[in-house]
Design a protein around this ligand. Structure first.
Ligand SMILES: Nc1ncnc2c1ncn2[C@@H]1O[C@H](COP(=O)(O)OP(=O)(O)O)[C@@H](O)[C@H]1O
Ligand SMILES: CC(=O)N[C@@H](CCC(=O)OP(=O)(O)O)C(=O)O
Length: 280
């Protein structure tokens, strides 16, 4: 952990690690261990399954295109409520069981994430998927204020457009953009697979490490949730992040084990910047 002392680490928290109670607690412990060791964690959380469950309860259907949820104004209300009002608050509560460490904010707050409408790319065509946003700009003022005040920022991936509209931003995208804006040494993405499969679905061999140039070449061929995830990693390392690590959040303490183990020890997939690894 020593190489990370005093450094900011952005962690995208999602997948199974978020729905299983034992894994949730292990994740919170890991974040607090990092914090206790002088690392400055920032958590950006997902919540796709929780949004789906709530939409279902309300009898609203939702589809995904290009790994992104088609978001009507009605869906957007649910996304905002579930992410900022439920998932974020539950996580902050868990992190604050032993002290007033974590503070929740949405990308809307303090113009942290300025969003711009994003279209899905399907078969070479741009398709309108409603109120889905990409991150056009990040304002790190509030996140830095919280970090400098000794807090753990917990950020929901909802953005505000310059048109005043609220946008649903994929959480991987939001996390990668925030990591790049903060210029962190490491960006960690917890997910439900061991890493990037080299030849999915034909094989489940995991890519140990991949350079930004190579990732850029394979990115258009990635589908499902892996597209936005790897795009976020690419954006992070191209934006100055030292290394992006995709780790299997189904393993308890994946975050701490991954960071302590370091790059290239067969844990998950590491995305390296063009000039080589500058992180752990
Ligand atoms: N090349 C690939 N490598 C790994 N997973 C892939 C790949 N292509 C598609 N996938 C799918 O992407 C999923 C991960 O994305 P997603 O479900 O959005 O994760 P999360 O919930 O962690 O954000 C995997 O469970 C897998 O089914
Ligand atoms: C545009 C878009 O797809 N937004 C996502 C936001 C939440 C998210 O990304 O959650 P996970 O990380 O758990 O998938 C959604 O509506 O599901």
């Amino acid at each position: 952990m020593e190489p990370l002392r005093g450094h900011t680490v952005v962690v995208k928290y999602g997948g199974h690690a978020m729905t299983d109670d034992t894994l949730r607690r292990a994740f919170a412990q890991d974040v607090l261990t990092l914090y206790g060791a002088g690392v400055r964690p920032v958590v950006v959380h997902g919540g796709g399954p929780q949004i789906a469950a709530h939409l279902d309860r309300l009898g609203l259907k939702s589809d995904f295109l290009d790994g992104l949820r088609v978001t009507t104004p009605e869906t957007m209300e649910v996304v905002r409520m579930v992410l900022s009002g439920k998932v974020q608050k539950d996580l902050v509560g868990l992190l604050n069981e032993h002290g007033p460490h974590a503070v929740g904010l949405s990308g809307e707050d303090g113009h942290t994430l300025t969003a711009v409408k994003r279209y899905a790319q399907v078969g070479g065509e741009s398709v309108d998927i409603g109120l889905v946003g990409d991150v056009a700009r990040v304002n790190t003022t509030v996140v830095r204020l919280l970090l400098d005040g000794g807090h753990i920022p917990v950020v929901s991936s909802v953005g505000r457009g310059e048109d005043g509209q609220v946008y649903n931003v994929n959480a991987d995208t939001a996390a990668g953009a925030l990591a790049a804006a903060l210029g962190t040494r490491v960006f960690v993405v917890l997910t439900d697979v061991p890493g990037l499969y080299a030849d999915w679905p034909r094989s489940d061999r995991v890519v140990d490490r991949i350079g930004a140039g190579e990732l850029e070449r394979v990115l258009p061929g990635l589908n499902g949730g892996m597209g936005p995830k790897m795009e976020a990693c690419l954006r992070a390392v191209r934006g100055g992040v030292g290394v992006a690590r995709v780790l299997d959040g189904r393993a308890p303490h994946a975050l701490l084990d991954g960071l302590v183990g370091g790059v290239g020890v067969g844990v998950g997939t590491s995305v390296l910047p063009d000039g080589g690894c500058r992180g752990v």
